[in-house]
Design a protein around this ligand. Structure first.
Ligand SMILES: Nc1ncnc2c1ncn2[C@@H]1O[C@H](COP(=O)(O)OP(=O)(O)O)[C@@H](O)[C@H]1O
Ligand SMILES: [Mg+2]
Length: 343
């Protein structure tokens, strides 16, 4: 059983809510991420899904130190990196890179592609000494399927899909082990999405990368992920292998999300009831007591308002230790007792 490459423990990120201009008073907090735990294993893709505003990007930013967590810990290869700074942080950050959602705004329009992709070398010159940079950038362009001759062009001269390839090339520049992908294809046309996903899968095999792949589109996540975590209002509702989560969802929120995904095959559609979620997502500044999903849940009982359901492993255990299927529901749908994962 491999050791996880990244372990996230009880991660919390609250943003202070203030009122007043001259004399700012804190009147509360946006509980963007409120106690999230998960592991990322070497070479795997862990997908994270959830509606807009549930805290996915905040998790991503905390992992790459773009946000400082309110509490909780992040371990990289067993080392607590949560509060690293300076040289030690720099060394770790090299191995954990991020690819952003919007290829139209995440690339500096005044920089050439060569400068954009090569920028990480300014911070880590040891990866590509000055004289080798151009060559290294050309290699990276080639690796992501772009013509190395484009090195002197500017972002506006590329399509959305090509820009995202540039963003990926930049993410690869320092030979990272982990890439945090925050909705990397959400801004792209469906046909282009598939090409970029295929590229990312090929790069994963070629370089042995681990991906944390964030998206709100469940089909995209299923396609690329080995395991999937479902987030709701700053918490993990359910996590498991793609088969566990997609074929045997146990949390009502997962079931509702899945029921909204169109099923092209009429036979598969049969017997599936569409669950219509009523009510809006509550504000993360004032989440419901107990289970956060209870205000929209058709199974809610008094216990759900009183006790926060922990993310608990379900029986039977998954095929491997990494494949634990866990659900944060007081009344999870039972899983069938026979092995459902085919191995
Ligand atoms: N810098 C910030 N200051 C205050 N609130 C924030 C900040 N960043 C995110 N939030 C809030 O935190 C919640 C989660 O946001 P986010 O992580 O971007 O969700 P997602 O990526 O799932 O759409 C939202 O309510 C959002 O408005
Ligand atoms: Mg986001």
């Amino acid at each position: 059983m491999p050791e996880p490459i990244l372990v996230v423990r009880d991660l919390v990120k609250h943003f202070p809510l203030t009122r007043g201009i001259l004399f700012k008073r804190q009147i509360g907090a946006v509980k963007a991420v409120d106690g999230i735990s998960f592991e990322l294993y070497p070479g795997e893709t862990l997908g994270i899904v959830g509606e807009s505003g549930c805290g996915k990007s905040t998790v991503a930013k905390t992992l790459v130190h773009l946000e400082r967590p309110t509490s909780g810990q992040v371990f990289y290869k067993g080392e607590d990196i949560t509060r690293l700074s300076g040289r030690a942080l720099k060394a770790v950050r090299r191995n954990i890179q991020m690819v952003f959602q919007d290829p139209y705004t995440s690339l500096n329009p005044r920089m050439t592609v060569g400068d954009i992709i090569g920028e990480p070398f300014d911070i880590h010159p040891e990866v590509a000494p000055k004289g080798d940079r151009q060559q290294r950038v050309r290699e990276l362009l080639d690796v992501v399927g772009l013509n190395p001759e484009y090195i002197h062009r500017y972002p506006h001269q590329f399509s959305g899909g090509q820009r995202q390839r540039i963003g990926i090339a930049r993410g690869l520049a320092l030979n990272p082990e982990i890439i945090i992908c925050d909705e990397p294809v959400s801004a792209l046309d469906v046909s282009v999405q598939a090409q970029v996903i295929n590229l990312m899968e090929r790069l994963q095999d070629e370089f042995g990368l681990s991906y944390l792949f964030i998206a709100h589109d469940l089909s995209v996540v299923r396609h690329i992920s080995d395991r999937v975590g479902v987030m709701y209002l700053g918490k993990m509702a359910e996590i498991g292998t793609d088969t566990q989560v997609y074929e045997h969802p146990t949390h009502p929120y997962t079931q509702a999300l899945l029921s909204a995904v169109p099923v092209p095959d009429p036979e598969a559609r049969e017997g599936r009831d569409r669950i219509l979620l009523t009510g809006d997502v509550p504000s993360p500044a004032d989440p419901p007591s107990g289970c956060r999903f209870r205000t929209r849940c058709w199974k809610a009982q008094p216990k759900c308002a009183q006790e926060t359901p922990p993310l608990r492993a379900l029986a039977p255990a998954g095929p491997t230790e990494a494949a634990v299927h866990a659900s944060a529901c007081h009344f999870p749908e039972p899983r069938p007792l026979l092995a459902v994962d085919g191995g």
